[in-house]
Design a binder for this molecule. Structure first.
Ligand code: G3P
Length: 217
């Protein structure tokens, strides 16, 4: 399972990368806005900065919603760095754009996916990644992890190569549940990744080992 970090915050990206477990980064316009990044040039610069930190796929989202606009933006984003993955929304024109990018050797991440039907279309169009938003489903009384399981099952049955990228992860247990469900990738906030470290018995055990070691000096 690959670990991506879901942020445009460079400190968080560096901290996760320094752990030696980071495989990539996902961003979106909301995450850019959260960092106070304003203007097209600054957004582009942030993608470049992220690519210079992390040796792995970096999702950069198109803003256009028409085919021509998405292709123009996506090609410009892909030209920034070989690790850029063009993030395209799950809409009719988006599926056409994913097909175009796939046919032209550009990696894609189909975003805003909330159903197995949408995930089938993304795979048929050749998306590199499909991003089901599990936290937002949970917010609506629908089990997001169930959707991950369903998509993984369908993709394995038909040998679709599209990787299931569990997104909108809100907490550590989501990561564990997505791993059990067979997600290829989880993209998570830094806190959810760091939460994997936690167990009180580890802390108690280490304190005891150190205390007992001091008796041996
Ligand atoms: O990966 C998608 C993510 O950024 C959306 O997360 O918490 O806004 O649903 P959230």
């Amino acid at each position: 399972m690959k670990f991506f970090i879901d942020t445009a915050n460079l400190d968080h990206i560096r901290e996760a990368n320094d752990l030696g477990i980071l495989d990539g980064v996902t961003t979106n316009p909301s995450l850019m806005a959260k960092e106070g990044i304003k203007g097209h040039d600054n957004i582009i610069q942030r993608y470049v900065d992220i690519c210079n930190i992390v040796n792995g796929d970096v999702s950069a989202e198109v803003i256009a919603t028409d085919l021509k606009g998405m292709i123009k933006e996506g090609e410009a984003l892909a030209a920034l760095h070989p690790n850029i993955v063009v993030k395209v929304p799950m809409i009719k024109e988006g599926i056409k754009a994913i097909r175009y990018f796939t046919d032209n050797g550009i990696k894609t991440n189909c975003t805003l996916v909330f159903s197995a039907g949408q995930a089938i279309l993304a795979a048929k169009a050749g998306a590199t990644y499909v991003s089901p938003f599990i936290g937002r489903l949970d917010d609506n009384s629908v089990d997001g992890v169930d959707l991950i399981e369903q998509i993984v099952h369908i993709y394995r049955m038909y040998d679709f190569q599209t990787q299931v990228l569990a997104a909108s992860i809100r907490h550590t247990m989501h990561i564990v549940k997505c791993a059990e469900a067979g997600a290829d990738v989880v993209t998570c906030p830094l806190d959810a990744i760091l939460g994997l470290l936690n167990h009180p018995l580890t802390d108690i055990g280490l304190a005891k080992f150190l205390a007992d070691y001091s008796k041996t000096k």
